[in-house]
Design a protein around this ligand. Structure first.
Ligand SMILES: Nc1ncnc2c1ncn2[C@@H]1O[C@H](COP(=O)(O)OP(=O)(O)OP(=O)(O)O)[C@@H](O)[C@H]1O
Ligand SMILES: O=C(O)C1=C[C@@H](O)[C@@H](O)[C@H](O)C1
Ligand SMILES: [Mg+2]
Length: 173
């Protein structure tokens, strides 16, 4: 089985993905970390040196490589992954996608400290600016995120809750 976690930066894709991989005894990969490993430089450095278009190309390629390589997988995607290069179709066609929906106020709390190191949030100097950027980003991305057949919200995104969701989904489809 392949399980893909999508959602905004700070939604908890990596944290929950790791825990789900342990629970299901499946390999875990984090798409951002795989890109960093292959490029031998940070996401911020890739954006700074090559620009976003280059990063999106690498993201699309590494996603497809991982899918081809691993029939069993829990994958934490990057925040923008489903929004570029038909990646959403790859996710929908090759596994089960779960959208982690977290209110913007909570994302601001989680991201406030690390925003400077995130290329797309870097110039948000105040929490108001960060909140505005996150709201705009979510509004643009919701159409991609909401294609996921499974969704959990805020504090209900626990391992046990996702396991129940997956079980219901499997028996109904
Ligand atoms: N359910 C949760 N409740 C509260 N804090 C959480 C929860 N899940 C994750 N966090 C915290 O929120 C932050 C972001 O979590 P995480 O890195 O898992 O998110 P992500 O969706 O992978 O984000 P990124 O865009 O950086 O890849 C971390 O500091 C993490 O400890
Ligand atoms: O939301 C985004 O577009 C991004 C989120 C991160 O996971 C990284 O993939 C990168 O910083 C871009
Ligand atoms: Mg992550």
């Amino acid at each position: 089985m392949r399980l893909y976690l999508i959602g905004m930066p700070g939604a908890g894709k990596t944290t929950l993905g790791r825990a789900l991989a342990v629970a299901y005894e499946l390999p875990f990969r984090d798409l951002d970390q795989e890109i960093v490993r292959r490029e031998q430089r940070s996401v911020a450095d890739i954006f700074a040196a090559e620009g976003e278009a280059y990063f999106r190309q690498r993201e699309a390629t590494v996603l497809r490589d991982l899918v081809a390589e691993l029939p069993d997988l829990v994958l934490a995607t990057g925040g923008g992954t489903p929004c570029f290069h038909q990646n959403a179709e790859v996710l929908l066609e090759t596994g089960t996608t779960l959208y982690l929906h977290v209110p913007v106020e909570e994302l601001v709390r989680r991201l406030q400290r690390g925003a400077a190191t995130r290329p797309l949030l870097a110039e948000t100097s105040s929490s108001e600016a960060l909140e505005k950027r996150l709201r705009e980003t979510l509004a643009a991305r919701e159409q991609f995120y909401s294609r996921a057949p499974l969704r959990c919200s805020g504090s209900s995104c626990t391992v046990a809750a996702v396991q129940r969701l997956l079980e219901q989904y499997r028996t109904s489809s």
